[in-house]
Design a protein around this ligand. Structure first.
Ligand code: PLP
Length: 391
């Protein structure tokens, strides 16, 4: 046999291992240092009580012959698809139930969707970026062009008509930059995709952090998007499902005359056997009135952290994106510092841990990511330390 040679083209991603290594070394030398981590990309609040109750009830059903569920439909149970259709309808987007596919999370679908696209497509990926988009395409050997996201464009690059691409990745609100496209910016990408007969793979994992009503929460709010986009969503950041696992992907019938939707259905029925019944009942509870109230309490907790950090950076006169409509803040390292140098500086002088921008691409070299997923008291303490160190 021959192993797939494309894996040799992957860059080893040492980012989180490097961070852990540096933090552990520092803690070993300074065992009493009160280190605060603002680098976590995982939620920290527990599941909503409504969700836990639904999980418990569904578990009990699985223990009774009359209510036991074996294999379900690969694309998900109708009860959850229909709750998602209603969720979109409340924002003015009409979907058919068979355009909604339930999965075990956005990351799997973002990788798996590539099965339905030819390997000779050119892929356009913004830099800095969530590393999954780059690595999944490298594994398949597709050519990649990068779109520069930088201070000049507020980390929201617009299409360059001179560059052709077939598959375009957009993540908005963005991880790592926290920047979110407005309608005009996103429409420019939709128009470009239609013109180039390209597809946009739209990662909306953070849509629930959008509070500004003028910003689109789904790409399908824009005219023409159903002809050129697939949307990936997740319960992970919305409702704390990072360890429970559930997401959904919308493949519109209008894309490639229904062929993309049918191919994705075929792909899923061949290689996937569905999300656990219990988990889908938990996800369904997110969309009940009580469930929505509860998840918005948790979201407000993180948004409060984001606001505290954002106000601190504003006071300090530090340039940043995000903090509003996103749990991430992406700041320009002071005095032209390189992101790893700033990482060490913060760790040593304020006992704060963040994520160096260099880990997300070339354009992150002088930037730094902070997250709002931490504890509220610790985040406030971290903000005070930032003020003292950088003020
Ligand atoms: C967290 C995250 C996801 C969600 O991934 P899951 O597999 O659903 O947990 C997707 N995209 C981005 C950019 C993320 O940061």
């Amino acid at each position: 046999m021959k192993l797939c040679p494309n894996f040799k083209t992957l860059e080893t991603n040492y980012l989180f291992a490097d961070i852990a290594h540096r933090v552990n070394a520092y803690q070993a030398a300074h065992p009493d240092a009160p280190v605060i981590r603002l680098g976590i990309g995982d939620v920290t609040l527990p599941l909503a009580p409504m969700v836990v109750e639904a999980l418990r009830e569904a578990s009990a059903e699985q223990g009774v012959k009359e209510t036991f569920h074996g294999y379900g439909d690969e694309q998900g149970y109708g009860f959850l698809q229909s709750a998602i259709v209603d969720y979109y309808a409340s924002r003015g987007v009409a979907l058919a139930q068979n355009e909604v596919f339930i999965s075990d999370g956005a990351k799997s679908d973002l990788g798996n969707i590539l099965d339905i696209f030819s390997k000779d497509n050119t892929v356009l990926i913004p830099d800095p970026v969530y590393p999954v988009y780059v690595d999944t395409n490298r594994m398949d050997g597709r050519p990649i062009v990068f779109a520069d996201a930088n201070e000049g464009n507020g980390f929201l690059p617009l299409p360059d008509p001179a560059v052709h691409a077939d598959i375009i990745y957009i993540c908005s609100p963005n991880n790592p930059t926290g920047a979110a496209y407005d309608r005009a910016g996103l429409q420019a990408w939709v128009d470009y995709a239609l013109e180039h007969e390209a597809v946009i793979l739209y990662d909306a994992a953070y849509e629930c952090f959008i509070t500004d009503p003028s910003l689109p929460r789904s790409i399908f709010e824009l005219p023409g998007a159903k002809q050129c986009a697939i949307e990936f969503c997740s319960f992970s950041k919305m409702a704390g499902f990072t360890g429970t696992r559930c997401g959904y992907t919308v493949v519109p019938e209008a894309l490639a005359n229904g062929e993309a939707r049918r191919m994705w259905l075929r792909r899923q029925t061949t290689k996937f056997n569905g999300v656990p019944y219990i988990v889908q009942r938990g996800a369904e509870a997110v969309f009940t009135e009580q469930g929505q109230r509860e998840i918005h309490e948790a979201l407000a907790y993180y948004q409060q952290n984001a606001a505290v950090l954002a106000n601190t950076l504003t006071e300090l006169g530090i340039w940043y994106t995000g903090g509003k409509n996103s749990p991430y803040l992406w700041l320009k390292c002071p005095n032209g510092m390189e992101s790893w140098a700033f990482f060490d500086y913060l760790l040593e002088n304020a006992n704060l841990v963040g994520t160096p921008g260099a880990g997300f691409g070339r354009n992150g070299a002088n930037f730094f990511r902070l997250t709002a997923f931490g504890d509220q008291a610790k985040t406030a303490e971290a903000a005070g330390r930032l003020r003292r160190l950088l003020g």
